[in-house]
Design a protein around this ligand. Structure first.
Ligand code: 5SP
Ligand code: CO
Length: 218
C-alpha cells in the first residue's frame, strides 16, 4: 500500500506570512497544499479565490488540491485553468450538471474529487464512482478551520473505504485532524489527511508528517 498523504490547509495559516507558510510545508515534507475556497454562499465564510492559488502555485512545486465550497452555478472555469493536481466539488452543490462537471475536471488533466458534508450519507457517492479520483469526508461542518473533529464520522470513513473497495480512489479526511485524532482517521481507512490549524501550530510538523507517512494502515 502506498504511504499516506498529508496536505496542510493554507486557509489556517497566518495570511500576513503566506510565503513563509508555504516554505514551512515544503520543509516539513508534506505531499501538497490544500486550498479552501469559500464564497459566502455554499458556506457562511469567504476565503480567497483563483489569483491567490495561482500566485502560490507559481512559487512552489508542491501539488495543489482545491476544495471548492462554492455555489457552482457560475461554473468552475477559473479553477480549471489553474496548475493544480486535484479539484474537489461538494456533492451537495452538484445539481444536474454534476457528472459533467466531474468529467470536465478530468478532461482538463486534473484529478476529480467529491466532498461530503457530515450529514450526507456514504452511499451518496455510489453514482459517481466512475467519475472520481478522490472522496473527501468532512469531519466538521465546512466553512471554518479550528473546529472540533466529529468522532461519529469515523464509521462513515470506514463505510466509504468499503465502497471504494479496490478502486484507485484516494480517501481524504478534512476538519479537526490533530495529534489526537489523526491515527483514528487513518485506522478508519483514510489515506489522505488535510490538517489546518493543528499543522501550523505544531512544534515539529516535519516529524509529524513523517509519522503520518509511516503510519501503518489496513
Ligand atoms: O475545508 C475546511 C473547512 O471548511 C478545512 O480544510 C479546514 O480549514 C481545515 O482546518 P482544521 O479543521 O484542520 O483547522
Ligand atoms: Co478543506
Amino acid at each position: 500500500m502506498s504511504p499516506n498523504r498529508v496536505s496542510p490547509s493554507i486557509f489556517a495559516a497566518d495570511f500576513w506570512a503566506l510565503g513563509e507558510a508555504v516554505r514551512l510545508c515544503e520543509e516539513a515534507g508534506v505531499d501538497g497544499i490544500h486550498y479552501d475556497v469559500m464564497d459566502n454562499h455554499f458556506v457562511p465564510n469567504i476565503s480567497f479565490g483563483p489569483k491567490m492559488i495561482a500566485d502560490l502555485c507559481a512559487r512552489t512545486s508542491l501539488p495543489a488540491d482545491v476544495h471548492l465550497m462554492i455555489d457552482l452555478h457560475r461554473g468552475i472555469e477559473d479553477y480549471l485553468s489553474l496548475p493544480v493536481e486535484i479539484i474537489t466539488l461538494h456533492l451537495e452543490s452538484l445539481g444536474k450538471e454534476g457528472h459533467n462537471l466531474l468529467k470536465t475536471i478530468r478532461q482538463r488533466g486534473k484529478k476529480a474529487g467529491l466532498s461530503l458534508k457530515p450529514a450526507t450519507p456514504a452511499v451518496a457517492v455510489e453514482p459517481y464512482l466512475d467519475d472520481i479520483d478522490l472522496i473527501l469526508v468532512m469531519t466538521v461542518e465546512p466553512g471554518f478551520s479550528g473546529q472540533k473533529f466529529m468522532p461519529e464520522m469515523l464509521s462513515k470513513i470506514s463505510e466509504i473505504r468499503k465502497i471504494i473497495a479496490d478502486r484507485e480512489i484516494l480517501l481524504q479526511v478534512d476538519g479537526g485532524v490533530n495529534r489526537e485524532t489523526y491515527q483514528k482517521v487513518l485506522k478508519a481507512g483514510a489515506n489522505f489527511l488535510v490538517i489546518g490549524s493543528a499543522f501550523f501550530a505544531d512544534s515539529d510538523p516535519k516529524n509529524w508528517a513523517k509519522q503520518i507517512h509511516e503510519e501503518q494502515t489496513a
